[in-house]
Design a protein around this ligand. Structure first.
Ligand SMILES: [Zn+2]
Length: 269
């Protein structure tokens, strides 16, 4: 067992704040795994139970309580990524932008006080694909971090590379796995990353892409046989899921850059 305290990010903490179980893996599962492997304590905060989502196979949810099943899936995915903790809040899936605004803000403020993160990751203004829940979590996280003034941790916004989800569909289709008009969770592939603000740096997670794919597949209720992610292989995961992109929020944050450090280290092909 290597000495964990000798790892480069030992003693650091990153909070990843998302809306639903599976957002963490899709948005930046590779970076979360890479941070964890570098010794960072990675804490995932999920604002809802994801109870309004689709169900790929009713047998997975025998008692009809999708939220409980999705929390279990999230915990499995977090374990695959090496995350230290999962915190599930209980705000209404589908109404995160409008409901419980002061409550979610206050919870995020208290989590930042409790964990004193060295960095916070959340959605950008585009919410990955203009999902209103994601945009709501972006807004609440921004205001929560902003409230710390000069003591705020660095805040990073993650976006999906435009065009990548179309490539995943084509890779799945090439092996008979997904029709050309396939969607992801009902979302057209071209919607992902469309109109997002450009990133300022990318993190090479090719060596973590297989774990990212495995974490995505832990979300079985969201991953039926028609989901193109169910079809891609390890090489395709490296190619299409192996780059994650970020932008640092414009805040007067005092914290040291952190994700930028990972961005400077790439891995040879
Ligand atoms: Zn989501």
């Amino acid at each position: 067992m290597p000495d964990a305290s000798a790892l480069p990010l030992a003693g650091r903490t990153v909070l990843g704040i998302f809306a639903h179980p599976d957002d963490e893996s899709l948005a930046c599962g590779g970076t979360l795994a890479r941070l964890a492997d570098a010794g960072c304590r990675v804490v995932i905060v999920c604002a809802s139970h994801g109870e309004a989502g689709s169900i790929s196979d009713p047998a997975l949810v025998p008692d009809g309580n999708l939220g409980d099943v999705r929390i279990r899936e999230l915990r499995e995915a977090a374990a695959v990524l090496g995350c230290a903790e999962v915190i599930v809040l209980d705000h209404p899936d589908g109404d995160l932008r409008w409901d419980h605004v002061p409550e979610l803000h206050a919870e995020l403020v208290s989590l930042i006080q409790r964990y004193r993160p060295d960095a916070v990751i959340t959605f950008a203004e585009d919410g990955l694909y203009w999902h209103l829940d994601h945009i709501g979590v972006h807004e609440r996280t921004y205001t929560a971090v902003l409230s710390f003034g000069a003591a705020a941790p660095p805040l990073y916004y993650v976006t999906i590379q435009s065009g990548v989800m179309r490539e995943v569909v084509e890779a799945a289709h090439a092996k008979g796995g997904a029709p050309p008009n396939s969607s992801f969770w009902g979302i057209a592939p071209d919607a992902f990353g469309d109109g997002a603000n450009p990133p300022t740096f990318v993190i090479d997670v090719r060596d973590w892409a297989v774990r990212k794919l495995a974490a995505l597949r832990c979300h079985r209720t969201q991953m039926g046989p028609n989901n193109p992610m169910a079809w891609i292989d390890e090489d395709e995961a490296r190619r299409w899921l192996g780059t994650e992109q970020f932008r640092r929020a414009p805040l007067d944050a005092a914290g040291d850059p952190m994700l930028e450090l990972l961005a400077e280290i790439t891995h040879a092909d």
